[in-house]
Design a protein around this ligand. Structure first.
Ligand code: SF4
Ligand code: MG
Length: 330
């Protein structure tokens, strides 16, 4: 449904060129949930913003972004507006930035339907109430006449989701949709996205820095580090048998429920993407780094379970994947 081929995004800055996304290839099928996980600055948001063509002017994008066979990079802005909010819905971290503070919630949902589906005003307003009900807003008829500031944070994110799904998109892109919310509300919003996905059969591209969210909500996961995908596979495989030392580090740094002492952060910092290293980007932090790691960026190695960019997975290396399995979330 959506395919990124060697996506590369550079930003021109006063300090030089920042290589934010460096050759990302990914695919998401109809109806599945792909999570992209990584620290802030790993390029995950930039990658999806380039899909929506929402990047600032100082950016340059190369590679291909194929949406149901069409290269989105070649569409006019007008054609792109039809895809944004029509075929692809979007939910961002802060619901307040997605909502117009001076417009009633119901009218904002109706607007999406009028713009993309050419509904009449009355039809659109009626459907807006139904959509508010669908995303779990109590007393939706009355609540449609409220302004965003009259909603709680969790309700606002529900309203944003209502706008995003109003036109029955084939794909919902959700960038850190729960990060700004309380923990209990986070779980409810994830649950809502899952329910809607099942009802509507849409695909979901979920951006998160939180492995618990990946575990809860996704079928497949792509782990990003320093602008590249370093591991990709089914969630159950990658979380149970992480092969890349960075993925293992992320899993180690995740406290087990109730056990704060288990937190083991990965020492060091990601590389400066103004001057990314020639070899493996993780080499300066990797406990397994070998000489080849500093000299050559590892290609993708496929195993039975996943795809991993790490020299430890080289088929001629003795003791490939020498680690124990993890029991994540069980
Ligand atoms: Fe570590 Fe080398 Fe693998 Fe990079 S390629 S993660 S430095 S072992
Ligand atoms: Mg982000």
């Amino acid at each position: 449904m959506l395919e990124l081929k060697q996506l590369t995004v550079h930003f021109q800055t006063p300090h030089g060129m920042v290589q934010a996304v460096r050759g990302v290839s990914l695919q998401i099928e109809e109806g599945e949930t792909l999570a992209i996980v990584g620290e802030s600055g790993s390029g995950k948001s930039v990658a999806v913003q380039s899909v929506m063509r929402l990047l600032p002017k100082n950016s340059s994008v190369s590679g291909e972004i194929l949406w149901r066979g069409k290269n989105l990079m070649l569409l006019t802005e007008k054609e792109m507006q039809g895809i944004r909010g029509g075929e692809i819905g979007m939910v961002f971290q802060d619901p307040m930035t997605a909502l117009n503070p001076t417009m009633k919630i119901g009218d904002q949902i109706a607007e999406a339907l009028i713009r993309h589906k050419k509904f009449s005003v009355n039809q659109a307003k009626g459907l807006a109430v139904e959509l508010l009900e669908k995303v779990g807003i109590p007393d939706p008829r009355r609540r449609a006449d409220s302004y965003p500031h009259e909603y709680s944070g969790g309700m606002r994110q529900r309203a944003v989701i209502a706008i995003a799904i109003a036109c029955s998109p084939r794909l919902l892109i959700a960038d850190e949709p729960t990060t700004a919310l309380d923990v209990t509300i986070q779980a409810q919003i994830l649950e809502l996205i899952k329910e809607l996905q099942q009802q509507m059969g849409m695909g979901v591209l979920l951006i998160t820095h939180d492995l618990a969210v990946v575990h809860e909500a996704a079928d497949k996961v792509a782990v990003m580090y320093a602008g590249r995908v370093i591991e990709f596979g089914n969630v159950k495989d990658v979380l149970q048998y992480p092969a890349h030392p960075y993925t293992r580090g992320l899993l180690n740094s995740k406290p087990k429920p109730g056990d704060r002492s288990a937190l083991v952060p990965i020492p060091g910092n990601p590389p400066d993407l103004l001057h990314p290293p020639v070899g493996c980007s993780f080499a300066s932090r990797c406990p397994y780094a070998m000489r080849i790691c500093a000299e050559h960026n590892p290609p993708v190695f496929k195993t039975d379970r996943q795809e991993t960019s790490c020299w430890l997975l080289h088929p001629q290396r003795e003791g490939r994947q020498p680690w124990n399995s993890y029991s994540y979330g069980t």
